[in-house]
Structures are given as C-alpha cells and as structure tokens.
Design a protein around this ligand. Structure first.
Ligand code: SF4
Length: 68
C-alpha cells in the first residue's frame, strides 16, 4: 500500500495518484515485477499544468458570453 511507501508519503501527487495501480503494486511485491507505479504527471507536472491551463482557458473563451 502507498501508506507503507516512504516515497509516496513525501510525494506531492499522492492525493491524485494514491500510490498508483494496486495490481501493479502487488505484482511488484509478490512477483518481483518492475512496474513503474508513479503517475506520468510526476515527471511532467509543469507540462500537464500548462496543458490543462491552456485547455481550460480555451473552454472559457468559447463559453463565456462577450459583452458588447
Ligand atoms: S507519483 Fe509515485 S511516489 Fe507519488 S504517490 Fe504516485 S506512486 Fe507514489
């Protein structure tokens, strides 16, 4: 579980990621698999935030009525 993972406890993305896929976490532990549990957002957070900001800005510009 993520609560046993020191890396997750200190991670900014924990509330979003919640420690990644539980099945992959179990396979890593029980079958010595090597799944990357981290969200893709972790290493690209700025790019994701810029993308979502741009997308939201575009949505708002098309849905907000213009004042004449
Ligand atoms: S991104 Fe990685 S370190 Fe952070 S909560 Fe998810 S699995 Fe844990």
């Amino acid at each position: 579980m993520w609560c046993d993972d020191e890396k997750c406890k200190d991670c900014l993305l924990l509330p979003i990621c919640m420690g990644g896929c539980p099945l992959h976490r179990i396979k890593n532990k029980k079958e010595a698999a090597n799944f990357n549990l981290c969200s893709a957002r972790k290493d690209n957070l700025n790019k994701f935030l810029e993308y979502h900001y741009g997308k939201r800005k575009m949505q708002n510009s098309t849905t907000t009525p213009t004042l004449v």
